[in-house]
Design a protein around this ligand. Structure first.
Ligand code: ADP
Ligand code: MG
Length: 619
């Protein structure tokens, strides 16, 4: 007797449900996708008790006739694709025909739907996969789908639901993604009978982001102009240096309107930010990719969140370049609009930025990054007024581009866009003293400015070395005794292909036997007695990056990791002229506002904030 059985449909659906709807947020994702596919322009999401008690999505889309409504609950019933060719060129969010039957099999389910011209609509109730009622429905055109008591009949899964607030947070995140990707529809989220979001349709992405993430965050985002590379179009909004989070919640990427998760994309974002991102931090991005449907595959995972690109390197390159362009421009923008500086600084309450912006407080000795907001990048700190506003007896640092030019090698394009080119006056500071032998206290026309002398020096050294590398390659220094490095065959191939890169970085190496390299010289600025481990680090870097990563990029990494050791240490005491020089050099940098590891170099506490702290002004 045969032991193989075909599963009863209801059971098969429950099994599938495990993959499609792992938690309430996934139900929300599927239902809202269906509403969008049905052309809805108004979508309302209700959840109760984190979605465990109730999830209801109401839309004003096309609705279904009775036959379709019944069919929609069958497994693999979909109106969205018919052929293999359709699958290769999906333009809808759904296509698997699994969501409704899956959800219906693990909840007390109700579908009510009506087409616009129809006399009556259809209402269907399903209880744990079992059809209970089919009746006429007299509601408004569109569709309501309701799932109550999710997983009531699958205790094992119900147990896996996290706390209500956690599930609710996931629902909210899912809702955000849909709402950002579909600005032409209005979205409402009601949680436990309280309206959390009510977002009118808008033609403006930033307005939608503002509605979801708060005004202050939206204001700190840099617009990314449309950028095309290959068949990839990128645009969006991204956080400038100093704006990041310790999780990826605000790193959202949409591909043709679908939120996607893809390692190559994350990596590209990281590389785009490069040294402007603190270790362990994730950038804040709202990135929109548009690509021809045939150039990627979303049919990778039942949740349709993963995506495979046919040409991942093209996507990567597009993102890296677009991010780069946007960030490079940002330093010019930030010094170009002095009025921004005087506005209240961000405090996006609902979201937790990692550069805590609330209460600059009295703990002036706290580590800089935790103190107040970083100045970068949308916060210019030059003084619009004349320098004479400071008493003459104090040293005043005026940074003009002529002094800058003498202290650093000639600069290339991006830097020309800084203060001078914008016709803005150079920054002016009066040095007041040094706190903790680390934080240089300065007065600017805007208020109090703190500079982390170590971070500032790192930035200066970093840019000097980078310029040197760009111009003539890093000068190298011969080793007294050449060192040989044995590497596994695969790595050996990689290294061999990058000998020229290594050369530019000041590393002289040549093949030595089958799987070894002989190293004759190392970069002069590098004081290491362990060239082997250095090379291994570089190798890892080379292997980790794609073959397209430029020599410059790799060099930047190497420099960024080594300058730290050479920079002025936190507790080196510097005299005023040295500090002045440092400020001057910092402002001659392309990106003065953060160190090569992405930490802020400058923090400002405005007069307004001080006044508030001292109760001179209403908060
Ligand atoms: P898929 O979205 O992959 O096609 P679903 O199980 O999510 O599969 O939905 C099955 C079908 O039911 C859809 O193809 C669509 O025709 C119909 N449908 C589902 N939700 C709605 C809705 N809100 N409005 C109109 N039709 C819908
Ligand atoms: Mg669907």
């Amino acid at each position: 007797m045969s032991r193989i059985r075909i599963l009863p449909d209801a059971l098969a659906s429950q099994v599938a449900a495990g993959e499609v709807v792992e938690r309430p947020a996934a139900v929300v994702r599927e239902l809202v996708e269906n509403s969008l596919d049905a052309g809805a322009t108004q979508i309302e999401v209700h959840v109760q008790r984190g979605g465990a008690a109730l999830i209801r999505v109401t839309d004003n889309g096309g609705g279904m006739d009775r036959e379709d409504a019944l069919l929609s609950l069958e497994r693999h019933a979909t109106s969205k694709i018919r052929t293999k060719e359709d699958l290769a060129a999906i333009r809808t969010l759904g296509f698997r025909g699994e969501a409704l039957p899956s959800i219906a099999s693990v909840s007390r389910f109700r579908l009510a739907t009506r087409e616009a011209g129809a006399l009556a609509g259809t209402e269907i109730e399903v209880n744990g996969g079992r059809m209970q009622h089919v009746r006429d429905y007299g509601g408004a055109p569109g569709t309501v789908v309701e799932a109550r008591s999710l997983f009531f009949n699958v205790p094992a899964r119900r147990k896996f639901l996290r706390s209500e607030p956690t599930e609710a947070a996931h629902v909210e995140q899912q809702f955000r993604l849909h709402a950002i990707a579909n600005i032409h529809a209005s979205f409402t989220l009601v949680r436990d009978n309280e309206t959390v979001f009510q977002l009118p349709a808008t033609p403006n992405e930033l307005e939608r982001i503002e509605g979801l993430a708060g005004r202050e965050l939206a204001r700190r985002l840099l617009p990314m102009e449309e950028f095309q590379h290959g068949n990839v179009m990128v645009h969006g909004y991204i956080g400038g240096p100093g704006l990041s989070r310790s999780d990826r919640k605000m790193q959202v990427v949409f591909l043709n309107g679908r939120a996607v998760d893809n390692a190559a994309v994350h990596y590209a974002l990281r590389e785009g930010y490069h040294t402007m991102l603190m270790k362990g931090q994730h950038p804040i991005t709202f990135l929109f990719l548009e690509m021809p449907p045939g150039s990627f595959d979303v049919n990778v995972h039942p949740a349709k969140k993963e995506v495979r690109f046919h040409e991942p390197h093209v996507v990567r390159e597009a993102i890296v370049r677009a991010v780069n362009r946007t960030l490079t421009k940002s330093s010019a923008i930030s010094t170009g609009h002095p009025t921004e500086a005087t506005q209240r600084m961000p405090m996006f309450a609902a979201t937790s930025a990692t550069t805590p912006l609330e209460s600059p407080s009295l703990e002036l000795v706290a580590p800089a990054a935790q103190l107040s907001k970083p100045v970068a990048p949308a916060l210019p700190i030059f003084a619009p007024q004349a320098p004479t506003s400071f008493p003459a007896s104090f040293p005043t640092v005026a940074v003009s581009s002529s002094t800058a030019a003498t202290s650093l090698p000639p600069v290339d394009a991006p830097r020309e866009k800084t203060a001078e080119a914008n016709g803005a006056p150079p920054p002016r500071f009066r040095i007041l003293g040094v706190l903790h032998r680390l934080y240089v206290l300065m007065e600017s026309a805007e208020g109090l400015v703190l500079m982390d002398q170590h971070a500032a020096h790192e930035r200066v050294l970093f840019e000097q070395l980078r310029h040197a590398m760009e111009r003539e390659g890093v000068p190298s220094q011969r080793l007294l005794l050449p060192v040989t490095l044995e590497v596994p065959p695969h790595d050996f191939d990689v290294l061999q292909r990058h000998l020229e890169t290594l050369h530019r970085l000041g590393v002289e190496a040549e093949p030595f036997g089958a799987n070894a390299l002989k190293i004759d010289a190392l970069p002069a600025f590098l004081k290491t007695d362990d060239p082997q481990s250095l090379l291994r680090d570089i190798l890892e870097e080379i292997a980790g990056a794609s073959s397209r990563t430029s020599a410059l990029r790799l060099g930047e990494d190497m420099i960024a990791t080594t300058v730290c050791r050479h920079a002025v240490k936190a507790n080196d005491s510097l005299r005023t002229p040295e500090l002045e020089k440092l400020v001057e050099q910092l402002f001659a940098c392309e990106m003065p506002y953060c160190c090569p590891h992405g930490r802020p170099t400058l923090i400002q506490i405005s007069h307004a904030e001080l006044e508030k702290k001292f109760g001179r002004r209403a908060p």
